[in-house]
Design a protein around this ligand. Structure first.
Ligand code: PBG
Length: 331
């Protein structure tokens, strides 16, 4: 590398003195077309229920309320949604997750019909659909059964693709699920449907508000038997490499902000399309501080999203997507 000049010949402030040179020197730029907005869909009609711990985020019914959300996102230039479902019924095996008339399947069909340009990604997991709130089937001792769960996840992914999902995103953290889902999609004629794997997902306290939003808290125990230990970074890279080998098209680091080091390593060491999930607890903290007037919400949100992108994210799943898109358009 060429040697840099030193003071007084090199004065970094010269490139900070004017908007124009600041723009020339800028290394990272946020764009609304790299945002993915999570949407919670529920049964019923005319439902637009704000989630208490996530101000500005709503559970919506699959009717004109959902249409309006989609229209708003497209107007703001946000091109993609990630769907989560609140099922009408829960049971031991999470049956509604892979029911062709399930809530997510209905929402996918509605969005595809209403707004063909919206890119629809579905979260593939069982925790919202099981009576016990765990991400897979249980044995008698309450342990999550890995290999028996794979078939259910594969059936769920296929049913989302049948409904018209553009992309499926398994978030359960069972071993081998990307390979099982890839094989099932291919066998069902969906070889062109890509998989965004929640490859590097930590057992995090930052999912608290989401579990209220999706009614998916485990009835007993926790998820440390399948989600990753927050202490581990190398293992995070290994998880991503494993999913790539099984056929993932994108990998993910989740949560984002406490794991920017992991995000950077996954992006640089795997050299693969990488998405970061700016999760519910991260959103809730910002909203709470902003509501108290303790931080400037716009500045802080744009800085946080920029830091996620700078660390290596190609796309960002964020509840701030609408606000951030609006602010970016204002310049
Ligand atoms: C489902 C799932 C969770 C989130 C996304 N998919 C919850 C969990 O794993 O407990 C969390 C998203 C967020 O906190 O915003 N498995």
């Amino acid at each position: 590398m060429r040697e840099l000049g030193s003071f007084p010949a090199y004065r970094p402030r010269r490139m900070r003195a004017h908007d124009a040179v600041r723009a020339f020197a800028r290394e990272t730029v946020l764009r609304a077309d790299e945002f993915i907005y999570p949407l919670f869909v529920k049964p019923g009609s005319n439902a637009h229920d704000e989630i208490a711990s996530m101000p500005g985020v709503f559970q919506v019914s699959v009717d004109h309320v959902l249409d309006a959300e989609i229209d708003e996102l497209l107007e703001l230039g946000v091109p993609a949604v990630m769907l989560f479902g609140l099922p009408a019924h829960k049971d031991e095996k999470g049956s509604e997750a892979y029911d062709e008339h399930g809530i997510v399947q209905q929402a996918v069909r509605r969005i595809r019909e209403h707004a063909p340009s919206m890119f629809v990604i579905t979260d593939v997991c069982l925790c919202e659909y099981t009576s016990h709130g765990h991400c897979g089937m249980l044995d008698e001792q309450g342990n999550v059964l890995n290999d028996d769960t794979l078939q259910l996840l594969a059936a769920e992914a296929v049913s989302h693709a049948q409904a018209g999902a553009h992309m499926v995103a398994p978030s359960d953290m069972m071993d081998g699920r990307v390979g099982a889902i890839r094989a099932a999609l291919d066998a069902a004629g969906y070889a062109d449907v890509p998989i965004m794997s929640y490859s590097t997902k930590y057992a995090s306290g930052f999912y608290g508000p989401f579990r209220d939003a999706a009614d998916s808290a485990p009835a007993f125990g926790d998820r440390r038997g399948y989600q990753m230990d927050p202490a581990n970074a190398q293992e995070g890279v290994r998880e991503a490499l494993l999913d790539i080998a099984e056929g993932a098209d994108m990998v993910m680091v989740k949560p984002a902000l406490s794991y920017l080091d992991v995000l950077h390593r996954v992006k640089t060491e795997c050299a693969f399309p990488t998405v970061a999930y700016n999760v519910s607890g991260e959103y809730a903290m910002v909203k709470a501080a902003a509501a108290n007037g303790w931080i400037d919400e716009k500045r802080v949100v744009l800085e946080l999203l920029l830091s996620i992108k700078r660390a290596g994210a190609d796309a960002i799943i964020t509840y701030h997507a609408k606000d951030a898109a609006r602010w970016l358009a204002q310049g």
